[in-house]
Design a protein around this ligand. Structure first.
Ligand code: BG6
Length: 482
């Protein structure tokens, strides 16, 4: 998946030698934070261990008063979590530097930029308001023309701030040099939605309102807050998961087939479908749910109530579970509900997109026991593809049973953050979120956030380790089994 086109043969048919790639520097802002240590550096380690980006230099920066030694230990520890080693990894760790800085200040940014060489990639692992102030400061001092910017989600805090951040970024670099990160787009099973849909004859013709009853995109986690109060309490489940990751999955499932998987076509297809997406019936009070967990036990582990976790302000009314039903108003999907849900501290992990098909127009009388529709399941952990189909089961040959066909996927070549970093290093924005799409994702959830802010939709509670609130919008229909 690349945006580059083969260069034309030179005179006599010989291809001109490709210019050697510029050495690159990854400038990591927010380097001492949780995201960098847990996800970003491990992804980088795997990428470097696999031989990508020879000569890459890493510069870390944060407000903590660390020195190079302490920083190198953090990089080495993070790399070790994914078994990233070898001479390239050792060289990167040896050469990496840490510079304490307040990146919203121009003089600090100048100092950081002076420490970088070659092709510059800046990763903003920062809260959205700090990202906006940093981008504004950068726009006053300027950037090398070929710089690439990687911005972690959430991109802004609402549609207006996302638009204003887009405006600042547009003054800094071209849109294709902005990589708005959604690491779900680096998950191999998520990307595989494209292969499943567009490289097979058997599913794509069925994916429309003619045949599909509903689409569920669910990401239920057993994990609770995991010490991330500083980030999570200002965000909540809707913004953390639905506004970002789950809408990207929706776009891949609902988009029309693009002519190529180049950035322009793929991102254009996703943008079109998200532009057509809105809350079902335009009624967020009826078609959204929010809840937060109380104390409970998950797999023998006792979890305190969300509001009793250190750093939580109960007055914020932050939800740890969000559900919303969306309509995709296109010819293909009109009338099909897309039900999105994500929650923390639930009894079990359920991470999948499920396409539920309508009943066959008529099940011949004589076939007994039709009670479940067919379903296509795309699992995001475990990474699986599943198909639930009705067959004449064993025993009475006229009696129907449902069988579950399952194929396990192998792990992706790289962890998701390795994949999105590779995109930025190679200058390929295919797996990043385009600016207008980032704004549209805020537009889609804005009515829900507003209904929640005014209290029109109450904040429910569920014990940690339960299935979530009882009146889920994803409750199975009568006669349907999970
Ligand atoms: C992150 C969210 O973006 O995605 C987390 O901030 C969530 O709250 C995580 O747990 C889920 O992604 P993954 O890749 O860990 O399954």
């Amino acid at each position: 998946m690349t945006t580059s086109t083969p260069s034309a043969p030179g005179p006599g048919g010989a291809r001109p030698a490709a210019p050697p790639p510029l050495p690159q520097t990854l400038l990591l802002l927010g380097a001492t934070g949780d995201l960098a240590g847990r996800l970003l550096l491990p992804g980088l380690g795997r990428l470097v261990a696999d031989g990508a980006q020879p000569g890459l230099m890493l510069v870390g920066s944060g407000t903590d008063d660390w020195d190079d030694e302490r920083w190198r230990r953090r990089v080495a520890d993070s790399f070790a979590t994914v078994g990233a080693d070898g001479p390239r990894v050792a060289e990167l760790i040896r050469a990496t530097r840490y510079l304490p800085a307040d990146v919203t200040r121009e003089e600090d940014l100048r100092r950081l930029l002076a420490a970088c060489h070659g092709q510059l990639v800046i990763f903003f692992a920062l809260p959205p308001t700090v990202t906006a102030r940093t981008a504004a400061a950068l726009s006053r001092i300027g950037l090398p023309p070929n710089a690439r910017l990687m911005l972690e989600k959430p991109f802004g805090t609402d549609a207006v701030s996302a638009r204003s951040l887009n405006d600042i970024l547009a003054r800094l670099v071209a849109e294709d040099q902005v990589h708005r990160i959604d690491h779900f787009l680096g998950k191999s099973t998520v990307v595989n939605i494209l292969g499943l849909r567009f490289a097979n004859r058997i599913f794509e013709p069925l994916l429309s309102s003619t045949h599909v009853a509903c689409v569920d995109i669910v990401f239920d986690e057993t994990l609770g807050l995991e010490g991330r109060a500083g980030y999570y309490d200002g965000v909540g489940a809707l913004v953390d998961m639905v506004q970002s990751h789950l809408l990207q999955v929706l776009a891949l499932i609902a988009m029309d087939p693009p002519p190529t998987l180049e950035a322009r076509d793929l991102r254009g297809g996703k943008a079109q479908v998200l532009r057509a997406t809105r809350v079902w019936d335009d009624d967020p009070e009826r078609w959204s749910r929010r809840a937060r967990y109380t104390a409970g036990v998950i797999a023998g582990r006792r979890l305190p109530a969300y509001v009793d976790e250190p750093g939580i302000d109960p007055a914020r009314q932050t939800e740890t579970l969000a559900e919303v039903v969306l309509a995709v108003d296109t010819w293909r999907w009109a009338g099909v509900p897309f039900r999105l849900r994500s929650g923390k501290a639930l009894s079990g992990r359920r991470k999948e997109a499920v396409v539920t098909f309508k009943q066959p127009p008529r099940v011949p009388s004589g076939l007994i026991g039709y009670d479940q529709p067919d379903r296509l399941r795309i699992g995001f952990g475990p990474d699986q593809l599943g198909l639930d189909v009705n067959i004449n089961g064993p025993g009475n040959p006229m009696e129907l049973d449902q069988v579950h066909l399952v194929a396990d996927f192998g792990p992706g070549e790289l962890p998701p953050y390795g994949e999105v970093l590779r995109g930025a290093f190679e200058g390929d924005p295919t797996l990043s979120v385009r600016g207008d799409t980032a704004e549209d994702c805020w537009r889609i959830v804005a009515p829900v956030l507003e209904a929640w802010r005014t209290g029109a939709e109450p904040l429910r509670e569920y014990p940690a380790g339960s299935h979530g609130p009882g009146d889920s919008l994803l409750a199975p229909a009568a006669g349907e089994r999970r």
